[in-house]
Design a protein around this ligand. Structure first.
Ligand SMILES: NC(=O)c1ccc[n+]([C@@H]2O[C@H](COP(=O)([O-])OP(=O)(O)OC[C@H]3O[C@@H](n4cnc5c(N)ncnc54)[C@H](OP(=O)(O)O)[C@@H]3O)[C@@H](O)[C@H]2O)c1
Length: 347
């Protein structure tokens, strides 16, 4: 697997960005231009004006709130609690941005005005997405090819973003994958990589950036867990345990971040239409349920963080939420038996 690839590019907007005509653009040093012209491997091109939905004053909130919320107790309470995160001028680092939920986070955050740092192994995909988003939304998008199954992911990324002069203010630890099957027959190296990507890199990257995120004081930290975090997961034993780690870890960071302005959230999607099940090699791991779209999951997460006082964690999808709640009513034995029966191969 490839390590960190180079991020060499050319900045033509050297008045706004302390940059040379070819070399490292120190875009984080000043507010990025909405019409920055960049060329090069990082796919940063001339952008159009921003299309972000931005709520800058309470009077604008009502137009931001969906119509169906205008009646009913919880809806009104929630509307009153809305204070949308202002992503304009922020730089959000997203891991696992070459596909699925990570790519969707990139699309929705670019639409809200955030500059982006996209991280994954497949550099061609990152470059293509970077080019599209910078063109469509006028934000600065940097692609960094990195294999998060290698040790010290956080240190490696922070060195690279520092070298590029990028000031990361928000972070989404989204990269991850699963392995389906009985534990005693699984490939030990793959399980090791899974634990490194799903757990160790999340801790390492969070640790590397959290002081900067706290200092920025207006960003977000989302760690993507799973509804698998709420129960024992026969046939997904290691995967489920990694997601439970992320859930508990992130909820603790939520508490520790109180009062800093940094909004922390553990996002637990249920089965979602991404490449996740291609990587696993079977849809049995989905529990044969209805799959959500990445758009639904990401909208739910970002919308939750627009609340004045977001919870430490959310489960995306009403059905997934009910399922996670219902497991709490079972004994541990019954929970393992029930989930095990759901996970068994269909034939
Ligand atoms: N889809 C679901 O049903 C579901 C449900 C619950 C939770 N989740 C969680 O959602 C997150 C996103 O998954 P997804 O559904 O969007 O799956 P996906 O479409 O397969 O995307 C996974 C992303 O992780 C990246 N990744 C995997 N291994 C990596 C490595 N060694 N180094 C760097 N990047 C790596 C992949 O990029 P490269 O291959 O280019 O490196 C890709 O961008 C995961 O944490 C997953 O556990 C998914």
């Amino acid at each position: 697997m490839a390590g960190l690839a180079g991020c060499h590019f050319t900045c033509l907007d050297s008045q706004r960005h302390a940059a040379t005509r070819s070399g490292t653009c120190r875009a984080g040093a000043v507010a990025p231009s909405r019409n920055s012209q960049f060329v090069g491997r990082l796919g940063i091109k001339r952008g159009k004006s921003l299309k972000a939905i931005h709520v800058s004053s309470p009077s604008m909130i009502s137009s931001y709130v969906p119509k169906q919320w205008t009646k009913g107790g919880p809806a009104n309470n929630e509307r009153d609690n809305m204070t949308a995160v202002d992503y304009r001028g922020q730089t959000t680092l997203i891991t696992g941005a070459s596909a699925g939920l990570g790519a969707e986070f990139a699309r929705q955050l670019a639409a809200r005005g955030s500059n982006l740092v996209l991280v994954a192994r497949r550099e061609d995909r990152l470059d293509k997405l970077a080019e599209t988003l910078s063109t469509e939304h006028g934000v600065m998008v940097t692609a960094i090819a990195a294999d998060l199954s290698l040790p010290h992911a956080g240190q490696t990324l922070v060195e690279e973003t520092d070298r590029l002069g990028l000031r990361v203010t928000s972070l989404i630890n989204n990269a991850g994958f699963g392995t389906y099957g009985v534990f005693h027959l699984e490939d030990a190296d793959r399980l090791g990589d899974e634990i490194t990507v799903n757990v160790a890199s999340v801790v390492s990257i969070s640790r590397a950036y959290i002081e900067r995120l706290r200092q920025a004081g207006n960003g977000i930290l989302i760690n993507v867990a799973s509804n698998a975090a709420y129960q024992p997961n026969p046939l997904l034993a290691v995967y489920g345990a990694t997601r439970a780690f992320v859930l508990n870890f992130t909820e603790a960071l939520w508490f520790e971040s109180a009062g800093t302005g940094l909004k922390v959230l553990a996002l637990s999607p249920g089965p979602t239409q991404t490449e996740f099940f291609d990587v696993i090699g079977t849809t049995n791991a989905s529990g044969n349920t209805v799959l959500q779209t990445p758009r639904q999951v990401v909208e739910k997460a970002l919308h939750t963080l627009d609340r004045r006082n977001p919870p430490p964690s959310i489960i995306s999808g009403r059905r997934n939420h009910l399922q996670a709640l219902s497991v709490r009513l079972l004994t541990r034995r019954r929970a393992a038996l029930t989930v095990g029966a759901m996970m068994k191969p269909a034939n």
